[in-house]
Structures are given as structure tokens and as C-alpha cells.
Design a protein around this ligand. Structure first.
Ligand SMILES: [Zn+2]
Length: 265
């Protein structure tokens, strides 16, 4: 059985047949409801994707949920603190290695990169390199459930930002790649790093691509009308967006200016 079971209350407890979200209690404008910690597995072996921030109660809750099941590996979608901060402590709790693209976040001998397959309890997760939100972003394809874990590359609500260690040109290529992959494999769900499960992957990815193109056009026009600094552009382009999100918007505008200037250069 691999049908979706999406509860109405929100991200905590959401998932697919073999993927369960245990929501970390770190809500904010940037993290939405909080970080989604994904437990992937069947039988006695599981994988844990993104232990979340270094929050002892959250990590204990995840460990309690696992009971006697063995954590084969802890995987990180990327190194940002809200996903990786608790990895070391959680590894200590459950006695498992941490695998990530960025060597600084690994614990143990094994890395993780595009094309790697990690198996546990007869299930496989396939790593897909999706740089852009951050330089080290990975998505994980769970064929058994037709589900793609997307980290912060695609969120369950709103849009993601390009972090200072990310790159918009990479990000657009990664979205194109995810869309092509989702179409080829017939993906039925996106399991994001924040926010609810998305049950129409192609529509979600098309929405992300359209939103990026629209923002880039808006920024081009704002510049033509005289907005020069990232802040001035935010005031025009993100006028309708809550001001608590303007610092994130400014980060995103910087990434978009880099991208547009790169196209011209
Ligand atoms: Zn995040």
C-alpha cells in the first residue's frame, strides 16, 4: 500500500505509506510551522532525514517514536541549522552516522551525493543533487511511495529563498531537473522540509518556476523605473508581502540581481 494519508491538522504526522513527518517546534516566518523531520522506513530499519534544530525535546520525541527500530543513517537535505543543528546530538541518541553532501556536516565515513542510493528495511532513497537554495541541497526520491523529499528546494507553502550560499541559476536548473524527474518517474507527492505535503508535484514545480520568472520580470521592471538597491527593489516588488519577510526577500533579491547581472555579463 502506498496511498497518501494526509491529516487535516497540518504537517505533524503527515506523510506517505513509508514516510512520516515529526514536526520540530521551531516555527518562524522562515521555517513556516517548523522543520519537518522525516522518518522513512518499514519494519525494523529506518532512515531519518533532517533531525532539525538542536532541540532536546524534539530529538527525544523522534527517538521515542522509533522505539526499537534501528536508524541505519541520518541524512541531511542540506546544512542549514534548522535542518542539521540537532544531527550530532541525535546521532548520539540513536547511534547512527550522519550523511550529508557537505563534509563538515558528516559523522562517520560515508558522504552523500547525487545518484547515491541509501537502503533501509527493504526501501531505497535515491539522492538527487539540487543545488540552488544552498550549495549543498539534495532531494531524496522514495520510489516505494512515489514521493520526493525536497528539503528547502520546494516548500509546502509559499516559496523558498536563495540563501547566501545558494545560487539562482543553479536553483532554476534544479527545479527543471526535479520537474523532469517527477514527470519521468510519476511522482505522486512532494515531502518538503517545511509545510504540508504537496500531492500534485508537477503543478507545484510549475508554480515555483512561474513564480521565479514573474519575480525576475518584476525586478527587471523595478530597476528600469529607478530602484537601485536590494532594499529599494524589495519595497516595490514585495510591497504586498508582510514586512517580517522583507529581510528574506532582500536576500532573495540579491540572488536575483546576481543572476540578472550574470546573464548580462
Ligand atoms: Zn529550512
Amino acid at each position: 500500500m502506498s496511498g497518501l494519508r494526509i491529516p487535516l491538522e497540518g504537517p505533524d504526522g503527515a506523510g506517505t505509506a513509508h514516510a512520516l513527518n515529526l514536526l520540530a517546534p521551531n516555527p518562524s516566518p522562515m521555517t513556516l510551522d517548523g522543520t519537518n523531520t522525516w522518518v522513512i522506513g518499514r519494519g525494523e530499519e529506518v532512515l531519518v532525514v533532517d533531525p532539525g534544530p538542536d532541540d532536546g525535546r524534539h530529538l527525544a520525541r523522534v527517538a521515542d517514536h522509533l522505539r526499537d527500530r534501528r536508524v541505519v543513517a541520518i541524512l541531511l537535505t542540506h546544512g542549514h541549522h534548522d535542518h542539521s543543528g540537532g544531527a550530532r546530538a541525535f546521532a548520539g541518541l540513536v547511534g547512527a552516522p550522519v550523511r550529508a553532501l557537505d563534509p563538515r556536516h558528516r559523522l562517520g565515513d560515508e558522504g552523500l551525493g547525487d545518484g547515491d542510493v541509501v537502503a533501509a528495511g527493504g526501501l531505497e532513497l535515491h539522492a538527487v543533487g539540487t543545488p540552488g537554495h544552498s550549495f549543498d541541497s539534495l532531494c531524496f526520491w522514495l520510489p516505494e511511495d512515489g514521493a520526493m523529499l525536497t528539503g528547502d528546494t520546494v516548500l509546502g507553502r509559499g516559496t523558498t529563498v536563495i540563501a547566501p550560499d545558494g545560487d539562482l541559476a543553479d536553483y532554476l536548473r534544479s527545479l527543471d531537473r526535479l520537474r523532469a524527474t517527477a514527470e519521468r518517474v510519476g511522482a505522486r507527492a512532494l515531502l518538503p522540509g517545511h509545510g504540508p505535503v504537496l500531492s500534485d508535484p508537477i503543478a507545484a514545480l510549475d508554480g515555483y518556476l512561474a513564480h521565479r520568472r514573474q519575480r525576475l520580470d518584476q525586478i527587471r521592471r523595478a530597476r528600469e523605473r529607478g530602484a537601485a538597491t536590494p532594499r529599494e527593489i524589495v519595497e516595490v516588488v514585495y510591497a504586498e508581502v508582510d514586512r517580517s519577510l522583507w529581510p528574506a526577500a532582500e536576500m532573495s533579491v540579491r540572488a536575483q540581481l546576481d543572476y540578472l547581472d550574470g546573464l548580462r555579463g
